[in-house]
Design a protein around this ligand. Structure first.
Ligand code: GLV
Ligand code: GLV
Length: 339
């Protein structure tokens, strides 16, 4: 019989063309909204491949058991895979494909945008115009002021120092920033020679791995770019926020779970820090007007759009399609999650 592949979203014609080159029964959810869980549960039994979104969660043992023993690959259109139980896949010899690299530059772009919006009162200023307040608040010497990113000695700290953090570093270097600290939980020592290279290549005054306490206390801009999941849950918590400078900015373009939302809302309310720029928050997409961070004008929130450029989203969908095809053919994936 023809192998069945389930696709949980309208992935666009480029990615569909990749799948359609191969003989398979394609079961497509083709509306521009997330496939309901019931649809997935109804269609996944017997499938050899699942192409999914980060909003399909959880992809866990229970769902894999419903899929049954034919399933060979789960291919997610995202770099993050905290919506997927990797152990449950491994135990069943199911491969996991994801989409790093193709989104690195787009997410680094929006990281800089969030840093600038947060430090320069982007939300407050835009809201003032939208509320018709420009006529009554003309250009005014000290209104809307914020701390300047491109100022001598400005220090940036990365919580997580992978591909996107390094692409962000390159951008920030062009603002004149030459002091960077980072903390990463993984491959600590193996980075040292890479750091020497980065310091030389970008003529940095400082690039150093430090403990989280020191990072919190020393940096003017702190950017969390780590995977989600249990290991990074609430790395930025109340005690971290209390150590930050009053003028410091927190930017989170990675996963909402990395930052304790309630603690951050308190930090902003009581001015422990200057502002926050967030593309993700805990509990998204349930972020209504009553959300403690939406209520803080110095929190600039975007609805998880870090990789949302036409170019990048098409590339992500195509990478996921290619990963799926390769896994079914027994070939190496473009990007496979491994232990
Ligand atoms: C987006 O958050 C992704 O993981 O690709
Ligand atoms: C600002 O618009 C200036 O002219 O300084």
């Amino acid at each position: 019989s023809i192998p069945k592949v389930v696709v949980t979203y309208n992935i666009g014609e480029e990615a569909l063309a990749i799948l359609k080159k191969h003989p398979m029964e394609l079961v497509l959810w083709s509306e521009d909204r997330n496939a309901p869980r019931e649809w997935l549960v109804e269609n996944i039994p017997g499938a050899v491949g699942l192409l999914c979104m980060l909003t399909d969660k959880p992809i866990d043992g229970a769902l894999l058991d419903i899929a049954g023993p034919n399933l060979q690959v789960v291919s997610t259109v995202s770099v993050g895979y905290d919506h997927i139980d990797f152990q449950a896949l491994s135990q069943r010899n199911i491969k996991l494909g994801h989409t790093p690299d193709v989104l690195t530059e787009a997410v680094a772009d929006i990281t800089v945008m969030l840093a600038l919006m947060a430090s320069r009162n982007g939300r407050i200023a835009v809201e003032a115009v939208e509320a018709g307040k420009w006529p009554s608040t003309p250009w005014s010497l000290f209104a809307f002021c914020g701390p300047q990113i491109s100022s001598p000695g400005y220090t940036v700290g990365f919580v997580g120092f992978g591909r996107i953090a390094q692409a962000t570093l390159r951008r920030l270097r062009s603002f004149g920033i030459d002091r960077f600290l980072y903390n990463n939980t993984g491959r600590g020592s193996s980075r040292e020679s890479a750091d020497v290279d980065l310091r030389q290549q970008f003529n940095l005054k400082e690039l150093r791995r430090v403990e989280l306490d020191e990072l919190a206390a020393e940096c003017d801009l702190i950017i969390t770019l780590t995977p989600g999941g249990a290991l990074t849950h609430h790395l930025v918590n109340e005690s971290f926020l209390r150590k930050m400078k009053k003028t410091a900015i927190l930017v989170n373009p990675s996963r909402g779970t990395v930052v304790d939302s309630n603690a951050l809302a308190l930090a902003l309310k009581e001015s422990w820090i200057w502002a926050a720029g967030l593309d993700v928050v805990e509990g998204e997409p349930n972020v209504g007007l009553d959300h403690p961070l939406v209520q803080q004008p110095r929190a600039v929130l975007l609805p998880h759009i870090g990789s949302a450029t036409f170019e990048t989203r098409i590339a992500m969908a195509c990478t996921a399609a290619e990963n799926l095809i390769r896994a079914l053919a027994g070939e190496p994936l473009l990007a496979e999650v491994k232990q």
